[in-house]
Design a protein around this ligand. Structure first.
Ligand code: ARG
Length: 588
């Protein structure tokens, strides 16, 4: 079904044409002065310049035509030539009923579906997830869900960091502890044990120890580099050990991402593109893109228009080792070959923007990414603590994601326990889990992606204000009213009647914008607009709830219509939550 602004625009556009002006001036937007009108058209001002007339003259001609339209209750001109419009209540409720009977609440499947890969998550194996991994996971998941909801084919790839120096460090550390393990023997075996010589908790200790050691001890660092080199060049024992690391880490990551409701279609990593690197290097050398400089193999990506210097792309280091840039370029090559995407989106810390600028330029320049392939970097800002610096534990360390989630859930649990004396412990646990996650996710997604924000646990977990718990509380309130209505066998109308109050009208107008918000959000790759929308709709509902006694309303027809409206609000809010991967509890 058409978006409401599209319907109104097409009427206003025809009016402009009837008056002899171009249709482009008839574009209508939601009013930015809701106190004055619902919709507005500012085209008369632009048309005035072209047609050499006064804006008010054009606007008056146009509104004469608009008066013939069935949909407006009022059309006025405000100086110098704004056209302000209000819709007839019949039209609004008719539109709302159409939304109500459509399972996607008016969102149209795109007629130009794209194949999209979203590269997000980006965890590094053998390291536990920490707070720095939160944003990419939840932003990427939300964008993936929105893209799918609009009918695109979206593939989420976790793109694990599984092929760099950290792997060499872990291998060297294991070697220094257990040099006699068969993985380190000169004699390579055809097959190594299928049982790993460590557990996930061992690994969680091994990596930080190794990383610290590498910083302090240059000999160990050299060993780690050598180990990385041997691994990347196919030393069997190292590969076997690495597979254990990969398997054990991945199982653990799956569990942890699962707890966040973040699901990847592909569990690939940097290592997956390794098999293409030789071929790619030869291609780049043959076509004179890559050349040697101080032993390294590089590709120039600077352009004359550059305002700041863009360093060359390094394909291979002088020791032949593969770099982050190498794997990202080769992964584009692999993705093009295996999936033929129209778009690859990277949801990565914005501090990596130069890296991606280099990778994208290189991919485009060398034809690895064809003209039709769109590469998009969605750089997110940092989650800071109250001191405005990147969020840390009290003693200044990096906080594990599990720990952060636990703290938020604990905070929420205290409130839930206080409000619900009749719930048993398991229920409280489950509700706190859901509501806690909503605080984290909504607190994050309601910010502009590229901006830094301050993680404030008290604010995020508050049941009032622009927070996840407030939105969930609103949905739970609606659920409770609908449950009571069902218990009392109150009839729910099959259709929603005309609005009876300003608040009710505002709710309907807000509901009518849902499809617009979802489309715009995905087009612009933002999440805060959907969050803002949920907040505004929740506020309107809560106002309506204060103004009316829904369950004891005597006029049954009105009550039936309200119940139907409530279930529509609930449906839209729940859909918003599901697009943001936020669960909704039954009670709270
Ligand atoms: N593993 C990387 C990191 O921790 C993020 C990966 C982002 N994706 C990519 N294709 N480079 O910084």
């Amino acid at each position: 079904m058409n978006k409401i602004v599209t319907i109104i625009s097409s009427i206003v556009e025809s009016a402009f044409v009837e008056c002899g002006y171009d249709s482009c001036y008839g574009n209508v937007t939601v009013s930015n002065r809701p106190d004055l009108c619902q919709y507005q058209c500012n085209g008369a001002m632009a048309a005035a310049k072209v047609y050499k007339k006064r804006p008010s003259e054009i606007a008056s001609e146009v509104i004469e035509k608009l008066k013939a339209s069935e949909i407006f209750s009022e059309v006025t001109i405000v100086n110098p030539g704004f056209i302000n419009m209000n819709l007839k209540d019949e039209f609004i409720s008719e539109y709302i009923n159409k939304i109500n009977s459509c399972h996607s609440y008016g969102v149209e499947i795109t007629d130009n579906p794209k194949k999209i890969i979203i590269d997000y998550g980006g965890a590094n194996i053998s390291k536990p997830l920490h707070v720095g991994h939160l944003r990419t996971a939840i932003i990427g998941e939300a964008l993936k869900r929105m893209g799918r909801f609009l009918g695109n084919e979206v593939i989420g790839d976790v793109h694990l960091g599984d092929w760099g120096l950290p792997m060499g460090m872990v291998i060297s550390e294991i070697k220094s502890r257990n040099p006699n393990l068969p993985y380190f023997s000169h004699k390579e075996l055809d097959e190594y044990s299928s049982k790993a010589p460590f557990t996930i908790s061992d690994l969680e200790e091994i990596y930080p120890t190794a990383s610290k050691k590498a910083k302090e001890d240059s000999v160990f660092m050299e060993e780690a580099k050598m180990a990385t080199f041997y691994l990347q060049n196919g030393k069997k024992g190292y590969l076997a050990l690495w597979r254990h690391i990969l398997k054990i880490s991945t199982e653990d990551l799956k569990k942890n991402y699962g707890k966040l409701n973040v699901e990847f279609d592909l569990w690939k990593g940097e290592s997956d593109c390794h098999k293409y690197i030789d071929k790619l290097t030869s291609y780049l050398k043959e076509h004179n893109y890559a050349y040697e400089s101080e032993g390294a193999l590089i590709i120039d990506v600077a352009e004359p228009e550059d305002k700041k210097p863009i360093p060359p792309f390094i394909l291979l280091k002088s020791d032949g080792a593969v770099l982050y840039s190498t794997t990202d370029l080769a992964t584009i090559y692999e993705r093009v070959m295996l999936y033929k995407p129209d778009l690859i989106m990277y949801v990565v810390d914005k501090r990596q923007s130069l890296h991606f600028e280099q990778v994208f330029r290189c991919a485009k320049k060398t034809g690895i990414a064809g003209e039709a392939l769109n590469l998009q970097f969605i750089g997110y800002g940092t989650m800071n603590g109250k001191d405005g610096k990147p969020f840390k534990t009290r003693d200044g360390g990096t906080m594990r994601l599990e720990e952060l989630i636990k703290q938020v859930q604990q905070k929420v649990k205290e409130k839930i326990t206080m409000n619900n004396s009749d719930l048993d412990m398991d229920e409280i646990e489950d509700i706190s889990r859901i509501v806690g996650l909503s605080s984290l996710k909504y607190g994050d997604l309601s910010n502009q992606i590229s901006k830094d924000y301050i993680f404030d646990i008290d604010k995020f977990t508050s049941f009032e204000g622009k927070t996840g718990p407030y939105i969930l509380y609103t949905i739970v309130r609606i659920k409770s009213i609908l449950r009571k209505a069902a218990e009392r066998k109150l009839p729910v109308s099959s259709s929603i009647g005309k609005p009876q109050s300003n608040t009710e009208r505002d709710i309907m107008l807000k509901l009518s914008l849902f499809s617009d918000i979802v489309e715009t959000s995905f087009e612009e790759k933002v999440t805060h607009k959907l969050c803002e929308y949920m907040f505004e709709l929740s506020n309107l509902f809560n106002k309506f709830y204060q103004e009316n006694k829904i369950l004891t309303e005597q006029n049954l027809e009105l009550q039936g219509s309200w119940l139907s409206l409530l279930s529509l609000i609930k449906g839209v809010l729940e859909t918003c939550c599901s697009l943001l991967a936020i669960e909704v509890p039954e009670r709270m």
